[in-house]
Each structure stands twice: as C-alpha cells, then as structure tokens.
Design a protein around this ligand. Structure first.
Ligand SMILES: [Zn+2]
Ligand SMILES: [Zn+2]
Length: 435
C-alpha cells in the first residue's frame, strides 16, 4: 500500500526540515522524503498549501474507560484524537478501576487496537489503586507496554514511594509523570488563589501548592537518578524550577496545556465551570512566563490534559463541579492561533513540542518522518479559519471553555500506520465511506 503526499510544506524537527517536497509512505513506513519519483500506483493526497508533519502526539489524555464510558471510551477518545490531528495519545490510568500492572495495560492496548484509530500509549499507575499506599506492579506494566507511570489526578504524596518509582523509571527507561500538587495546601480550593478568587468568593489554590511539589519531585529525581516529567506546569516558578533542574543535567522534562497558555483566572468570571481544572488557570504573570518558556525552549511538550466530564456533573455550582476540560479537538487550533500566529513558536518548534519531543519523552516510535519510521503523519492547514462548535466534537463530552472561539489552523488529514483515517477534513468510515 502506497500513499503519496504531494507538494506539501514538510516540517520535521527530527531532520531539521522545513521545505516543500513530497512524502511517500509504503507498507506502513515512511519510504521517501523529497522528490518521490518511484510513486507509481500510489494513492495521491494533494498537500499543496498544507503542513505535512510527523503525527502529532498528545501525551496527556483521560479516556475514562473502564468506568465512565458515558463520558468517553477508548474508541470515542481516539476518534476525537484523530479529528484533532493526533496520531497517538498517552492515556492516564485514573479510570475505575485504575489501569495498573500488565492486565490493565493489556486491556487498554486491546481496546485501542479494536478501535483502530489513534495509537494509545498506556500510562500505568504508580501506586496500587492510585491510593498512594503501596507501589503498583510497575515492572510488569512496562513490560506489557506502558509508556510511563503516573497517579495523575492526584500527586504521589509519599516521598519514599515517589523515590522508588523514580528508581524504577531509571531501570525501566520510562518517565514518572507527576501531577505536582501539595494536596493539603490545595485543600478545598477550586480556582487560582488571588484577587479574582477573592472577588468571586471562591476558595483558592496558591501557586505554592504546585511549586512545593515540583521542587520535591526534582529533589527525588536527583536522589534516584530517575526520569521525571512534570505534567501541566502552570506557574512561573514551577517553570524556573524545571529549567534549573535541566541546567543541572537532571532528566526532567515538562509539558504545558493550551488552556494554561491561553486563559487566565479572569476567565472564571465568564465561562463558568469549564474553567475549573487542576492546576487552575493562573495569573497574567504566569501566562506570560509560560509563553516565554515556550519561546525559549524551556518547555518540552504541549499536552491537552483532555478530561471529559458529563454535562450533568459540570452543570453544577463551581464548588462541586469536577475538575477538567476536554482538549483533543481544540489543542492544535489553540497552539496555532495563540503561539504560531503570535510568533511565539515557529512551525518547526510547534511540531517539536507536539510530536518529536513527546515521542522522545515516552520512548515510543514516531515523532519523525525519516525514512523507515512509522507512517504516522498529520496534515494541517495553518490558514484555515474555523469556529469551535462542541456539538460537533467526536468526544462524548463537551466541557470546553472555547465554545464559539474563532481559531486559525486545523488538521485536515491524518494517517496512522499508513492508514488514512481522516482525509480533507472528513473522517474515513463515516457517511458511507469505507476504509
Ligand atoms: Zn493532573
Ligand atoms: Zn490529567
């Protein structure tokens, strides 16, 4: 099976490439990048005016299966991923029951295989049942295919357990992904602590709740010589801590989310419970620091923290609604509109943060269009203007603060393992089409 992507702007940080050329895919692999002379018999996709890049990877999503299939399933979540331009996602283990050990990981991989959409890289629990008491079977989870471990949704509060998890990460070559939060300091807080929380009369979560945990995790990463990845970094000082850890040569990486580089806590006044997430939307100063860190290369990845919740649960008072928003179908549009358009990131840097670096952090294939690499490719139109309409999401959930936003830049075709899953903005397999 051959597919020729003709005349697109090929952006591949792994080869320092940003040039108009052809990409030939053959038998699930990248065959040629350049002038594809031997493309006889190939299905041709006209990529003129489009960016052709290694498949985007969202390294932080919640797929809710098993347990909350009303909110998302591995099938619906990976369909939303493809619609958003992603060829792979890393799924967090805080399902009901949590994903741990080889059985949990095999369940996720089997469901993802059955769905046949975006690839899923399972992240397995650090502690049994995410209870923070005993270490889960990290070794067997990784041997079964887990790409990392995390208790995301909450921190691993016990420093001795976190140290052991980081020791495993060194031995097994996978990251410990940290939801860095001092739970006692966050307390019953529901939004960023500051003038806006005071004005609204809502309980605040101080920056220090994140910074204390990031500092501790970095100290433990040094002690254990482990691999630490800080999820959803949201404050200026958290980023400073990560940067200084990197300068010391520690294996520490971090991600930021589109909502944290787009919105501040001012949004809580306007958008209701779809602005409630952890960590909370921060101050203008933090947002500027995030954008600056993105510009200078201090941030390793952009990840959505896609967190589906039912309308009934989100449609409650701010104090009781659950934390989290969906992100798979708005992430690329927000990155292009808020970072590329505003000259914070070049396209090469954007693809590095959304594909090449996540692949390297997780140690998975992909993230590159070098010949021989898996034929996972995203084609997006950086000029396409569109309006966010949650009623058209492929995700089962609609909890986004970006409803009605005008964005510029959208994925139009997505290829996973050589299979065209979205073409010219249409999902294959729908409206009578077959794949
Ligand atoms: Zn988290
Ligand atoms: Zn999360």
């Amino acid at each position: 099976m051959k597919t020729l992507l003709k005349g697109g702007r090929v952006v591949d940080p792994s080869q320092d490439l940003d040039a108009v050329c052809d990409v030939l895919l053959e038998d699930g692999r990248v065959a040629v990048v350049g002038a594809a002379a031997q493309a006889g018999g190939a299905e041709v996709i006209d990529a003129k005016g489009l960016v052709v890049c290694p498949g985007l990877i969202d390294m932080h999503v919640h797929l809710r299966e098993p347990g909350r299939e009303d909110e998302e399933t591995i099938e619906s979540g990976t369909r939303a991923a493809v619609a958003g331009g992603f060829t792979a996602v890393a799924s967090m283990p805080n399902t009901e029951p949590p994903i741990e050990g080889d059985e949990g990981v095999k369940f996720v991989l089997a469901k993802a295989h059955e769905a046949g959409l975006a690839r899923v890289y399972p992240i397995a629990a650090v502690t049994q049942g995410l209870k923070g008491e005993l270490l889960a079977e990290i070794g067997s989870a990784v041997r079964a295919g887990a790409a990392g471990v995390s208790d995301d949704g909450k921190p691993v509060e016990n420093s001795a357990l976190m140290r052991r998890a980081l020791e495993y990460s060194r031995m097994l070559g996978v990251p410990v992904i940290s939801h860095s939060e001092d739970a006692a300091l966050s307390g019953k807080g529901v939004m960023n602590e500051g003038p806006v929380s005071t004005l609204l009369g809502l309980k605040g979560i101080p920056d220090e709740s994140e910074e204390i945990a990031v500092a501790r995790d970095i100290a433990l990463a040094r002690l254990a010589s482990g691999r630490l990845h800080i999820a959803h970094a949201s404050t200026a000082r958290a980023l400073e801590l990560v940067l200084s850890a990197k300068q010391l040569g520690l294996k520490v990486t971090c991600e930021v989310t589109p909502h944290h580089f787009t919105l501040t806590d001012e949004a809580v006044k306007e958008y209701g419970t779809n602005t409630k997430m952890k960590p909370p939307l921060r101050s203008e100063r933090d947002l500027c620091a995030l954008r600056n860190a993105l510009r200078t290369g201090a941030v390793d990845a952009i990840a959505s923290d896609h967190a589906p919740h039912s309308a009934e649960e989100k449609d409650q008072e701010y104090d009781v609604a659950p934390f989290g928003i969906v992100g798979l179908e708005t992430s690329l549009g927000l990155a292009l509109t808020e970072l590329y358009r505003k000259r914070i990131l070049s396209l090469v840097d954007l693809v590095r943060l959304m594909s090449t670096n996540p692949a390297a952090i997780l140690g998975t294939g992909g993230g590159s269009l070098k010949p021989g690499k898996p034929a996972d490719v995203t084609l997006f139109d950086p000029e396409k203007e569109w309006t966010v309409d949650p009623s058209r999401f492929y995700s089962k959930s609609r909890n986004t603060p970006f409803s009605g936003w005008q964005l510029k830049g959208k994925a139009v075709s997505v290829i996973v393992d050589g299979r065209v899953l979205m073409r010219d903005g249409e999902m294959i397999g729908e409206q009578g089409e077959t794949s």
